[in-house]
Design a protein around this ligand. Structure first.
Ligand code: NAD
Length: 372
């Protein structure tokens, strides 16, 4: 049987080659909790106990620097269930009416908002006003102006604001970024991001403009927007975009079914992307350079992520993204840790500015300038 020491040795050897990778988190994952960890722990309440909230709660059971301690829900039975499943005390449970009282609770440091998109902004601002750090799911808001309001509210309240960009901490993603920075691919004039899945139930909130703020772009296309930026390592200056709708009954006005978009970058690089709710098998990133290339497929799912370059497979143990994310967020919030690809509110606003421009481009058919 492999000993913990052997494993840590391997992880640190790998981490030497992958300086961006959160190695302690990886060691924790493989071997269970890091028993020797004595530092500060981020005590988190989750707001919105739906499918992703539950995934995060489960993943947090393996965290060492973050702990699930509270819950906010409109459904009393779910609160009861979470109390017994995750050992959450009654005094750390709130509903959507009374959660401002969290300000009087010294046992909670941060609230992770995992509700439908339209609720992120109002709930995040209430959390900030209650003096707690905010983690918001993506997209952080419905547009850039709303996102900026969240950033401003958190600054004013002197609390941190982070966005649940779990791929910013994913080892294979970080390795490709490291290789690109090291010049392994040469100049990188092209990125392709294909993101989509066939969405089911037509009555779900994801297809309700009021709650979702849009359609596939807000939900899944955001990964291609975000990925274009961190894969190419530049900020786009223009966008063109086209919308295709085959089912106007399911995808009502303002809810996009499929959008193709192109982003232009200062070096002359171009990203060509597809966001859709009507095709499966689309979870692929491709970065092309004049000396080499990298491909990830799947590139943004829950994993295992698969990645290779022109030189071969990128091997790295699978980690539960949400466990790593919450441990790293603890370090960012409590220790001021800087990460390779930021996941703060300002980063979220940049993506929303690009998505605002994409929507404008689909409506006008024009090339829209972007200023981040
Ligand atoms: P979900 O429908 O499974 O859960 C949403 C939760 O919000 C439910 O518990 C629901 O009861 C609650 N809710 C509160 N007010 C509501 C209202 N007015 N209408 C509808 N529901 C309400 O959705 P989900 O898949 O958990 O997504 C939640 C958020 O998480 C979204 O913003 C989504 O984009 C994000 N998400 C992120 C990832 C990721 O990988 N980062 C993955 C999935 C979802």
């Amino acid at each position: 049987m492999k000993s913990r020491r052997d494993f840590l040795h391997k992880v640190s050897a790998a981490a030497a080659a992958l300086p961006f990778v959160p190695s302690l988190a990886l060691a924790d994952q493989k071997e269970g909790k890091e028993e020797s960890y004595q530092g500060p722990v981020l005590r988190v309440a989750i707001c919105g106990l739906g499918s992703y909230g539950t995934r995060v709660a489960d993943a947090m059971q393996a965290c060492t620097r973050a702990k699930l301690v509270g819950a906010i829900s409109g459904t009393p039975s779910k609160l009861k269930e979470w109390q017994s499943k995750y050992g959450i005390p009654e005094k750390n449970c709130y509903n959507y009416e009374n959660f401002d009282n969290i300000r009087n609770n010294p046992d909670i440091d941060a609230v992770y908002v995992i509700t439908p998109n339209a609720l992120h902004k109002p709930q995040a601002i209430r959390v900030a006003k209650a003096g707690k750090h905010v983690i918001s799911e993506k997209p952080m808001a419905l547009n850039a102006a709303e996102g900026q309001e969240m950033v401003d509210a958190c600054k004013k309240a002197n609390v941190k604001l982070l966005v649940g960009y779990r791929m910013h901490l994913e080892p294979k993603t970080l390795e490709i970024i490291r290789l690109r920075k090291a010049g392994e691919f040469g100049k990188t004039p092209f990125f392709q991001g294909l993101c989509g899945f066939k969405i089911g139930d037509p009555t779900q909130w994801r297809l309700d403009k009021k709650l979702a703020g849009g359609g596939s772009l807000m939900d899944i296309g955001i990964y291609a927007v975000n990925g274009s930026r961190y894969m190419l390592g530049e900020e786009p200056t223009w966008v063109t975009a086209q919308e295709v709708k085959t089912d106007p009954v399911k995808f009502k006005e303002g809810v996009d079914e499929t959008i193709t978009f192109q982003l232009g970058f200062p070096s002359g690089a171009v990203a060509s992307c597809l966001s859709t709710y009507s095709m499966n098998n689309l979870d692929r990133f491709f970065l092309n350079g004049d000396k080499g290339f990298a491909e990830m497929w799947p590139s943004t799912g829950y994993g295992p992520i698969k990645a290779h370059t022109n030189k071969g497979e990128i091997e790295y143990p699978h980690v539960t993204h949400q466990t790593v994310q919450m441990d790293e967020m603890s370090d960012i919030i409590l220790k001021g840790k800087k990460v390779e690809v930021p996941l703060d509110g300002e980063e979220g606003v940049k993506d929303l500015k690009i998505m605002d421009a994409i929507v404008e481009a689909t409506k006008t058919g024009k090339k829209i300038p972007i200023k981040l």
